[in-house]
Design a protein around this ligand. Structure first.
Ligand code: GTP
Ligand code: MG
Length: 441
């Protein structure tokens, strides 16, 4: 969603960094370019204008041109303001018990899916979670949530058989009490539009259940409409936060960038896909780092921790640091990559990773190709895996036959592997330290 914006900003900063001695006009030019990038990302004129004015004021105040590292100082100022624009939000108070969450929103915004995602999110944090649906209007809506909850496993489906919202709420509350549930997530029916009569019903659910959080689920693909939706809902209900869905689509990101400024509502979560794990806490600092092409090492590490063990990760990191990356490592990385949501997801967290995705041979690494590659590596001998240089023509033929692939495919994989070795060398040279110093912390 932020790829194009992030790519442009990265370009602007690269230019600044390269220019050595900065002049006032260089800074002005960079700010103008950032303003255009913001507008192109669909940020409203008003927000973009204020952003640039604030950054400029700060830059003049700090006399960046005369500072020790002018480019770095400008980047730091932009970063700080971006964090402010995105708006820091508090992680929901998970220690209150029972902690009751209600999701509301327009039809098809992704409420039910998000209810499932939240259930998984809290369940993974060791909480006993219950879900229930008050959507008595759409046939199969309750069934949809039941299936989702079952898929997660360990979730209490606190659903009454009764066909009245009031009874459903009461039953859910009783179940929460009887089963000692930590977190209750209540799904509601979609509103066709904000003036829908069903708004009355939401008020009723609210009165009965007294939720700690009312999250508005809004589809980011609706673009500027999302602001009006958020504004109107917040007039009718005390919203405690927003959850933006379809952040995986090709929406331009302006909604996420300006939602906080325009509505004052905290963005709590971003949803980035249809799977139950495609949800992330909206952490302004991390997103700002990603936006500025600085990568998001923290998210990357967290994602890795969720998917493989610490020892395994440490072992792999040590080897990488030493510049060792064999075919065996590649096979196990490939397996880990698919566990972590695929290469595209991971690359986005690297500095300027959105751009890496477009490199030839990177973006097209499909799941099928990954399975094929693993088969090829498994058909190699131990020696071949440790040293690819010994793989000659006849060895290639044997490997292809053994893996049910062709010599061309074996060649392609070896080439790609060599590319990775090269990339690794470059990454080692650039170093993590430089990335961190860019953030200035
Ligand atoms: N790509 C993508 N699809 C999503 C996301 N969240 C939800 N969806 C999809 O959007 C569709 C609608 O999602 P639901 O959760 O049923 O939406 P809802 O708001 O509950 O819909 P109603 O109950 O009919 O109002 C489903 O096909 C979901 O898989 C997301 O973050 N990304
Ligand atoms: Mg629904």
């Amino acid at each position: 969603m932020f790829d194009s914006f992030s790519g442009k900003i990265f370009g602007i900063f690269e230019k600044l960094r390269r220019s050595g001695v900065l002049k006032e006009t260089d800074v002005d030019e960079a700010l103008r370019a950032i303003r255009i990038a913001l507008l192109e990302a669909d940020v409203s004129l008003e927000v973009a204008r204020k952003f640039i004015a604030d950054v400029k004021e700060k830059a003049i105040g700090q006399n960046v041109v005369k500072s020790v590292s002018p480019a770095q100082t400008v980047i730091k100022i932009v970063y700080d303001h971006l964090v402010e624009l995105l708006g820091k939000s508090e992680l929901p108070d998970r220690n209150k018990k029972p902690y009751k969450i209600m999701t509301v929103g327009l039809q098809g915004a992704g409420k039910t899916t998000t209810t499932g995602k939240l259930a998984k999110f809290f369940s993974k944090k060791g909480k006993k979670v219950a879900t229930a649906s008050t959507d008595i209007h759409r046939p199969a809506a309750i069934e949809q949530l039941r299936i989702l909850s079952q898929k997660i496993g360990g979730i209490v489906f606190a659903q009454s058989e009764e066909n009245s919202v009031k009874e459903i709420c009461k039953f859910a509350l009783e179940t929460v009490k009887n089963e000692n549930v930590d977190v209750l997530i209540l799904d509601t029916a979609g509103r066709l539009h904000i003036d829908d009569v069903k708004m009355e019903e939401i008020q009723e659910i609210r009165r009965i259940t007294e939720p700690d959080e009312i999250f508005l689920v809004a589809d980011i693909m609706t673009g500027q409409d999302a602001f009006n939706i958020a504004k109107k809902f917040s007039e009718a209900l005390p919203l405690s936060g927003l959850i933006l869905t379809r952040a995986d689509g090709d929406a331009r990101g302006g909604v996420a960038l300006s939602m906080r400024a325009l509505t004052g509502c905290e963005i709590k979560f971003l949803c980035t896909g249809e799977r139950l794990e495609d949800i992330e806490f909206f952490d302004a600092e991390r997103i700002a780092s990603r936006l500025l092409g600085m990568g998001d090492v923290v998210s990357l590490v967290e994602k890795a921790q969720e998917n493989f063990s610490r020892e395994e990760a440490e072992k792999a990191a040590k080897k990488l640091q030493a510049g060792i990356f064999t075919f065996d490592d590649l096979a196990s990385q490939m397996e880990n990559i698919s566990k972590m949501g695929g290469l595209k997801t991971i690359l986005k967290m690297f500095p300027n990773g959105g751009q890496l995705e477009n490199l030839p041979g990177v973006g097209d690494v499909s799941d099928k190709a990954v399975t094929g590659s693993i088969a090829i590596i498994k058909s190699m001998t131990k020696k071949e895996r440790a040293n690819h240089k010994i793989i000659n023509g006849s060895r290639k033929k044997r490997i292809a036959a053994g893996s049910g692939t062709t010599v061309q495919e074996v060649n392609k994989l070896i080439k790609r592997y060599e590319g990775m070795l090269d990339f690794l060398k470059k990454m080692r040279k650039k170093g993590l330290g430089k990335m961190m110093s860019m953030i200035g912390k």
